[in-house]
Design a protein around this ligand. Structure first.
Ligand code: ADP
Ligand code: MG
Length: 483
């Protein structure tokens, strides 16, 4: 197959919209969904003579992301004007960074298709501002402009061309999204545009030492669509090469419905931004002490949690991955393991009964009413043999959801759910069960050991589900094996 002859090369540019209360260079609110053009002071409107001021939170968030990605943090930071005209950018330039991105180097760890860990190096992370929004679908004759978004702070994170497959690109973006959510600097919602990705892709003959001509693909509104766009684009480029057609360095747009890309602009119209140092903003000096302070306050990040869960707590890689996947789930798990040392049982409860309950009722875990202490108490009840896991999950747990402030053991007692391990009554049930099926006893004795299930079923029925299954099983076996 011709595809085997080629190898794709991918580099991603990710825009991360920061969750600051005010804009990058003014005090205007960044509130999402406000009435159009209400969060706009003369700075956002680009009036001549107004002066920008750097939002310190933007610096803090950039340093947070840089540290989380193992980057070097620059001490002397300049801002630069990136000049171009666009209707939703009234200043005629964007305040960005050029030669002095705040973060350099660093990497994101992904797992390749064989489950092997792979580092994707990061070229740079720099600060910049968002443009306003052009709205084309509200007025039949005019494009409307909303400048509420103009000036909202962004981080642009650029990867080295080290991503080899669309699947790896998917993983890289998933990791970046997880990271910004753990850091609480961006909501990571690609569907709403608060995280955006431009994908650069080229193909070359396998083992070639020179990359092919790259194409930049834009307008993917989900991580999955980035993967789809890349899959399509790689096929298209290979087709071109196989048919001796040239690949042009151009920007293409992805059509999610058709699953295809088409030309937006070509290199002939390439941008020349005439960057120069922003004269209205002083240098920002990021001192080592400041970086150290932020480092000390970083939350536990996905990679660290994975190490801890698999190495210290003994969870499987799968369980650890599922828990870490969402910050709110791992936060609950952390609270749970602070009150029980039964880590594996805690993981099972979280991924079993708790997750099913939350999914079935569409409740986010942040709104889950049962406190970790009560789940720990449930785990204790099962461990001490007072209730079986099944009764705990199917009977006590629902009672606890209804009465989240009650103690699980009291609920189990009230609900008459405490396991019967009283030998006398258990003995009676076992005898009754065996007496009911004399012919099955003979079959059992002649070797059909599987029949034990029948007797056990009878015991559980007689005890209304409260017999301790381990003890009952032992007794049934003892009695069946007599003489
Ligand atoms: P530009 O100046 O056009 O933005 P850059 O060199 O800054 O180009 O690279 C932008 C992105 O494109 C980076 O993520 C980089 O890794 C990636 N990239 C560069 N060259 C290639 C190539 N030949 N194929 C695929 N990706 C590439
Ligand atoms: Mg670029």
């Amino acid at each position: 197959m011709s595809e085997d002859k080629y190898e794709p090369v991918i580099g991603l540019e990710v825009h991360i919209q920061l969750l600051t209360a005010s804009k990058a260079y003014s005090g205007d609110s960044t509130e999402y969904g406000a009435a159009a053009n209400t969060n706009v002071s003369p700075v956002s409107l680009g009036h001549p003579g107004v002066l920008p001021v750097v939002n310190e939170k933007m610096i803090e968030y950039a340093v947070k992301l840089g540290l989380a990605c193992h980057c070097e943090i620059r001490e002397y930071n300049e801002f630069a004007r990136k000049n171009y005209f666009y209707a939703d950018m009234p200043k005629g330039y964007q305040i960005s960074q050029h030669h002095t991105p705040i973060c350099n180097g660093g990497y994101i760890t992904i797992k390749d298709t064989e489950g092997q860990e792979k580092r994707i190096n990061i070229t740079r992370i720099h600060m910049e501002e968002d443009s306003g929004k052009s709205i084309h679908d509200q007025d039949p004759f005019n494009t409307l402009i909303d400048l509420n978004r103009a000036g909202v702070p962004l981080l642009e994170m650029v990867s080295e061309p080290e991503i080899k497959t669309p699947e790896e690109a998917y993983q890289y973006l998933t990791e970046v999204r997880k990271l910004v959510r753990y850091l609480d600097i961006c909501d990571g919602n690609m569907e709403e545009g608060s995280m955006r990705c431009d994908a650069n892709v080229s193909v070359m003959l396998k083992g070639a030492d020179k990359f092919g001509e790259k194409v930049e693909v834009k307008n993917m509104n989900s991580i999955r669509n980035v993967q789809r766009a890349l899959e399509h684009e790689i096929k298209r480029q290979i087709d071109c090469l196989e048919n001796n057609l040239l690949i042009y360095q151009e920007t293409r747009t992805f059509d999610a419905v058709a699953g295809t890309t088409s030309v937006m602009r070509t290199k002939e119209e390439a941008d020349d931004y005439r960057y120069f140092t922003e004269p209205d903003l002083p240098q920002v000096i990021v001192k080592q002490e400041y970086v150290d302070e932020i480092q000390a306050e970083l939350p536990q990040l996905p990679d660290q949690l994975f190490e801890k869960y698999t190495k210290e707590l003994g969870l499987s890689a799968y369980d650890a991955t599922v828990i870490i996947d969402s910050k709110s789930i791992s936060t609950y798990y952390e609270a749970l393991i602070a009150v029980t040392s039964n880590y594996k049982a805690a993981a099972n409860w979280l991924m079993g009964p708790i997750k099913s309950y939350l999914n079935e009722n569409a409740i986010p875990i942040g709104e889950f009413v049962i406190k970790p202490e009560s789940i720990a108490a449930l785990i204790g009840l099962v461990k001490s043999g007072k209730v079986s896991f099944t009764v705990a999950a199917q009977k006590v747990f629902p009672l606890l959801v209804q009465n989240p402030n009650m103690d699980p053991e009291s609920l189990a007692i009230e609900g008459n759910l405490i396991q019967d391990s009283d030998e006398d009554s258990l003995n009676d049930f076992v005898k009754q069960a065996i007496a009911k099926y004399p012919d099955k006893v003979l079959e059992y004795k002649s070797g059909k050991k599987g029949l034990i299930g029948l007797f056990m079923g009878e015991v559980m029925k007689l005890s209304k589900g409260k017999a301790d299954p381990k003890k009952a099983n032992q007794l049934v076996q003892e009695l069946l094996e007599q003489d």
